[in-house]
Design a binder for this molecule. Structure first.
Ligand code: F6P
Ligand code: MN
Length: 333
């Protein structure tokens, strides 16, 4: 079997479609290498003393784990010197990170959630890294928060790694969604899913039901109908899965379909997940795989961000079910 590596995939995309210029390829390769280093640290676990609390809080007031801090450092250091970036922003850093003066600046902006699924770090359940790449607005030489506030539809690339039983990387550069698996001994990412397509219909939903009392009416109605199964209006039995690592839940949906929901509700008034580090990259990846991603009332990729660490309601996955839930929102007014 011909093994297509990460680099070869990117080179071929540039040849075929002119979508991955050398500067973007270098950036993606550096990110992939950083994810390899994070995967290694995650895999060592207790042996490398990387588990447990870091003793600090992030900008959202959440207690940071050691691996949150390590992963953030790995990504920041790896991406400082390459010359592709104008600036970067991380879920774990309050302000955008400026490229040190000793290095040249490039045309892209990188955003990331260095370690997604924090509650699963210490319990040996899959976690991951999510990233999004935008172009720096023209004529901006000192990017600040406002430079990053672009709708997700402007992303030039997005991806995520899952540190699970195997380490995988999902990527889109705007022409479909593909997946790579890390060959740990050789140290290369091998193209293992050349064309990811989310089935349009599904019988599997993912939502944290402990929030049920806070849900808006359309979400309550939809989940009630899923639970009613064959006897209800949907006429089919549903199954439920909730890993509580968005990377793992979305990877499952990319693999066999499903609907994932973390809606805005009475407790999480703006939603729980971050627009720029989680919702936008995942929405881009899901749409490129033939799925849909919505807030309930709007396509996620069309949302104009108002601030860097903004949260948002997320409903994504198999298009039939996402459209159904959007329909319930529309009916509820
Ligand atoms: O990053 C936020 C996150 O950890 C996601 O990965 C995950 O989908 C969600 O939070 C889980 O939230 P909860 O702990 O409320 O189930
Ligand atoms: Mn996260």
């Amino acid at each position: 079997m011909r093994r297509v590596t990460f680099t070869q995939y990117l080179v071929e995309q540039e040849r075929k479609r002119k979508t991955v210029p050398a500067e973007l390829r270098l950036l993606l390769e550096v990110i992939a290498r950083a994810c390899k280093a994070i995967s290694h640290a995650v895999g060592k676990g207790e042996l490398a003393d990387v588990l447990g609390a870091a003793g600090t809080d992030n900008v959202q007031g959440e207690a940071q784990k050691k691996l949150d801090v390590i992963s953030n450092e790995v990504l920041v250091e790896a991406n400082s010197w390459g010359g592709s970036l104008a600036a970067m922003a991380s879920e774990e850093m309050e302000e955008p990170y400026q490229i040190p003066n000793e290095y040249p600046k490039g045309r892209y902006l990188l955003l990331f959630d260095p370690l997604d699924g924090s509650s699963n770090i210490d319990v040996n359940v899959s976690i991951g890294t999510i990233f999004s790449i935008l172009e720096c607005p023209p004529d901006v030489t000192e990017p600040d928060e406002s430079s990053f506030l672009q709708p997700g539809a402007r992303q030039v690339a997005a991806g995520f790694a899952v540190y699970g039983p195997s380490t995988v990387m999902v990527l889109t550069v705007g022409h479909g969604t593909v997946g790579f698996t890390l060959d740990r001994e050789v140290g290369t990412w091998v193209l293992t899913q050349p064309r990811i397509e989310i089935p349009v219909s599904t019988k599997e939903f993912a939502i944290n039901t402990s929030n049920a009392r806070n849900w808006p009416a359309p979400v309550r109605r939809y989940i009630d109908e899923c639970v009613a199964g064959k006897d209800g209006p949907l006429g089919k039995d549903f199954n439920m899965r909730w890993v509580a690592s968005m990377v793992a839940d979305v990877y499952r949906i990319l693999t066999r379909g499903g609907i994932f929901m973390y809606p805005a509700d009475a407790k999480h008034k703006e939603g729980r997940l971050r627009l720029l580090y989680e919702a936008n990259p995942m929405a881009f990846i899901v749409e490129q795989a033939g799925g849909a991603a919505s807030t309930g009332t709007q396509r996620i990729l069309d949302v104009q961000p108002g601030k860097l660490h903004q949260r948002i309601g997320v409903i994504l996955g198999s298009s039939e079910e996402v459209r159904r839930v959007e329909g319930y929102y529309a009916q509820a007014g």
